[in-house]
Design a protein around this ligand. Structure first.
Ligand SMILES: NC(=O)c1ccc[n+]([C@@H]2O[C@H](COP(=O)([O-])OP(=O)(O)OC[C@H]3O[C@@H](n4cnc5c(N)ncnc54)[C@H](O)[C@@H]3O)[C@@H](O)[C@H]2O)c1
Ligand SMILES: [Zn+2]
Length: 353
């Protein structure tokens, strides 16, 4: 086990420009039981979902645990109310540390409840999915869905620690590994050509069967996301790059009820095609991205009604008048944010999807 401060993860010792909230610590290669050392007062309440609890019941023994049903459909106000009710009946107070143990659904809810319970208590995360470890647990965005509107309500507030216990991954279903790799490939595309080459050299099976290799991969990706968050916590600029593949991705995710990683993968393939036209991405590099996605069992295209996709895109949060801020690649490892006219996007979808 070793500890890295959030500020050290950016590869610079400079204080963060946004100040105070970014001093959280990462406990890599740790054992779950190390929680006792992190919160010595023992004033802990654990939040988890029923799946994670069921698979790892022995890890939770001796801790106060609040469980809720697994799945995105439970990332809502009703679950939040239930948790708050339980916290009150357990006598949780201002000094209680709320610890979310699970995938992104659990850590998003934990961060949200911690932000509002008694006007804010500390929280820590133990991500148990690949996606949670490399993405959702990092960066302080939390929240819940309201009806069909994803992440409609929430705050940006950093956890005090993130603990990585890779033994959780032993029970993670393969489709959840695949989902997580979409975000890993995204990080490589926008920030790290060396990581991209590493992913080309290995396969999903290599990572699943080699705990040292997967630990190295997860730490690298946690560093990439953290560095972006430190430089732009409130998404004024660079943090937008993390939306690579997500503009078209979100539109088809909703239309076709796809797993998030699948939708983002198709979105990244489409964004590469657009990058060839608008950002000078070389044809061979666009092809390498598509091949890498396919290698990690991710889809790269879909039969869809491109007019419907366009209708959803027009409603995108990133639209300003008749342009959408789009994340494009100028080369592998280098992203840029470009306003793209809706008419260009319409033509692209017609041709590509
Ligand atoms: N806050 C952020 O910055 C951010 C970023 C990306 C995604 N997210 C959110 O994260 C969520 C998606 O996260 P996710 O993919 O981790 O989903 P999830 O939390 O729903 O987990 C996926 C499934 O895996 C199960 N699971 C989790 N860990 C397991 C384990 N070790 N063994 C066996 N099963 C396990 C869960 O019970 C669930 O059924 C979405 O709600 C998304 O909005 C948030
Ligand atoms: Zn995503």
């Amino acid at each position: 086990m070793y500890i890295k401060k959030m500020s050290e993860m950016a590869g610079t010792s400079e204080a963060s420009p946004t100040g105070g909230g970014l001093e959280g610590a990462f406990y890599f290669d740790a054992d779950f039981s190390y929680l006792e050392q992190i919160v010595p007062s023992g004033d802990i309440v654990i939040l988890t979902d029923e799946n994670v609890y069921g698979f790892h019941v022995e890890k939770f023994s001796g801790w106060p645990v609040i469980k809720f049903a697994a799945g995105e459909q439970h990332k809502n106000q009703a679950t939040t109310d239930h948790i708050i009710g339980e916290l009150i009946s357990m006598g949780a107070g201002k000094n209680t540390v709320l610890i979310g143990v699970g995938g992104g659904v659990v850590t998003d809810i934990t961060g949200y409840v911690a932000a509002v319970y008694m006007r804010g208590i500390a929280c820590g995360f133990v991500p148990t999915t690949i996606l949670g470890m490399v993405d959702a647990a990092i960066g302080g965005k939390n929240g819940i869905d309201v009806g069909v509107y994803k992440n409609m309500v929430g705050t940006i507030r950093q956890p005090v620690f993130i603990l990585y216990d890779y033994s959780f991954l032993q029970t993670l279903p393969v489709n959840e590994w695949v989902n997580g790799f979409a975000e890993i490939i995204k990080h490589a595309c926008i920030k790290d050509a060396m990581l991209f080459s590493m992913l080309e050299r290995f396969s999903l099976h290599d990572f699943q069967s080699d705990s040292t290799l997967v630990a190295e991969l997860i730490e690298k990706n946690a560093e990439i996301k953290t560095a972006v968050v430190i430089r732009d916590e409130f998404e004024k600029g660079e943090r937008k790059q993390l939306n690579f593949g997500h503009t078209i991705g979100h539109a088809i995710e909703n239309l076709h009820q796809l797993p998030h990683g699948h939708a983002v993968s198709i979105g990244m393939a489409a964004a590469c095609n657009l990058s060839e036209q608008l950002a000078g991405l070389h044809f061979d590099e666009a092809r390498r991205v598509v091949m890498l996605l396919a290698k990690y069992h991710l889809p790269v295209d879909i039969e869809t009604d491109h007019e419907k996709v366009f209708e959803v895109l027009k409603m995108d949060k990133k639209r300003v008048r008749d342009e959408v801020d789009f994340i494009l690649l100028s080369r592998i490892g280098m992203a840029e944010i470009k306003p793209v006219p809706l008419s260009t996007l319409h033509d692209h979808l017609k041709e590509y999807l």
